[in-house]
Design a protein around this ligand. Structure first.
Ligand code: AMP
Ligand code: MG
Length: 391
């Protein structure tokens, strides 16, 4: 058995980012930037009105003053209008400012009287003008290498006129769930059988990382079948096998992988739940063996598989988001492995939920955060703890 830190570092030393590619803007959602990106346009790109109203020269504007309306500038092509003190131009949100104007008066603050307006307010220079470059300067960095591309990032890139960008690779993954007792959802359960649920869990977790699930197959605990199923999965960047990685007579995964020429780098890690975790590779395919118990599969995925996949995709930050919370119950870890306690974070408070056992899927389904309790650690109710937030 090796430590969690050792397993982590072995995996992340072995795994490297895959080659980057260019992709169309809309296909980049959830990917990671493969290089630093810089603004080629300032935002806004020209001085424009923040309101529907009138462009004016502030020095000629006092409450009660009358101004002559000399033109109209809607959003769109710049009509190259110009005003002098005592004049106003009817203007609309997003429209370019006329030359000579240094403020906008909201239409609610004037009374329109044919070709004139009467001001109901004093006006200060700069009011209701969105100045060129006030949001973003030309040349400013807009995204760093390794940052995730989100909805607002796409909008920012579109605002720059970029139609494509360089991103990290798409990682393809095959899932194999192994076990004679597993039955496909939708089929009739016989005595002793359970529905196969890990592939649903893993597909959802992989999707939230941005990986592409190419296949999810089941194999019985039969060496020939396992070999065939594993061989099909090896065409992908990553193969995840759940179940059968422990030491019982029906746990055939490790010996089968070895018979296929696998180099096993990690097997059995000091982590609770999740001890029988395995990491290795066959050719170019990285293989993760996760314990079959659903909570163990969940915890080992988050601690070991997620960072590996993010690294392959070119992410800079491989850690789960963390956040502080007030612990609601005393917790002690008497075991010989760090314990990932499942619980619910609500209103800044963390409450352990359900049975803290590796098969207890309902408890997991009620939780939204993990608390790592180190070996021998005793935490008291009321303490502030740092949680892994995965929801
Ligand atoms: P194993 O790791 O194969 O020894 O399985 C440990 C426990 O997890 C057993 O109770 C299995 O029935 C259960 N299990 C294994 N694989 C799955 C799966 N894909 N879905 C649900 N339960 C599973
Ligand atoms: Mg099994």
């Amino acid at each position: 058995m090796i430590s969690e830190a050792e397993a982590h570092s072995k995996i992340l030393k072995t795994i490297q980012p895959l080659p980057a590619r260019r992709t169309l803007l809309l296909s980049a959602l959830g990917c990671f930037a493969a290089e630093d990106h810089f603004a080629r346009l300032p935002l806004p790109n020209f001085d424009n009105s923040a309101m529907d109203g009138y462009a004016v020269v502030a020095s000629s504007c006092r409450k009660g003053e009358r101004l002559l309306v000399t033109g109209e500038q809607p959003a769109g092509p710049d009509r190259q209008l110009r005003i002098s003190p005592g004049e106003a131009v009817r203007i609309f949100t997003g429209a370019p400012m006329p030359a000579g104007a240094d403020a906008v008066v909201m239409q609610e603050d004037v009374i329109r009287d044919r070709e004139e307006i009467v001001l109901n307010v004093d006006v200060d220079p700069g009011e209701f003008i969105r100045k060129r470059g006030c949001d973003l300067s030309e040349g400013q960095k807009i995204l760093s290498k390794g940052e995730r591309i989100r909805a607002a990032t796409l909008a920012l890139f579109a605002s720059q006129g970029f139609s494509d960008l360089a991103v990290g690779a798409a990682v393809s993954v095959a899932i194999v769930s192994s076990g004679d007792e597993l039955m496909k959802v939708g089929e009739q359960l016989k005595s002793g059988q359970v529905y196969e649920s890990n592939s649903a869990l893993l597909q959802a977790l992989l999707k939230s990382c941005g990986a592409i699930v190419k296949s999810a197959e089941h194999s019985r605990d039969d060496r020939e079948l396992l070999i065939e199923t594993i061989e099909r999965g090896l065409k992908n960047h990553v193969l995840i096998i759940s179940g059968g990685v422990s030491v019982g007579e029906h746990d055939l995964v490790q010996s089968t992988l070895r018979s296929l020429g696998a180099k096993i780098d990690v097997w059995r890690v000091a982590i609770k739940p999740g001890k029988p975790f395995l990491f290795g590779r066959i050719g170019d395919c990285f293989v993760f063996g996760l314990p079959g118990n659903p909570v163990s599969a969940f915890v080992t995925f988050l601690q070991f598989v997620r960072p590996a996949i993010l690294k392959m995709m070119g992410a800079a930050n491989l850690d789960l988001p963390m956040g502080p919370a007030k612990l609601i119950a005393d917790l002690t870890n008497d075991s010989d492995r760090p314990h990932y306690v499942r619980g619910k974070l609500e209103d800044g408070k963390f409450t352990p939920v359900g049975r803290q056992e590796s098969h207890a899927l309902f408890g997991l389904s009620q939780s939204n955060a993990l608390l790592r309790v180190a070996v021998g650690e005793s935490l008291k109710a009321g303490e502030i703890v740092n949680l892994q937030l995965w929801d």
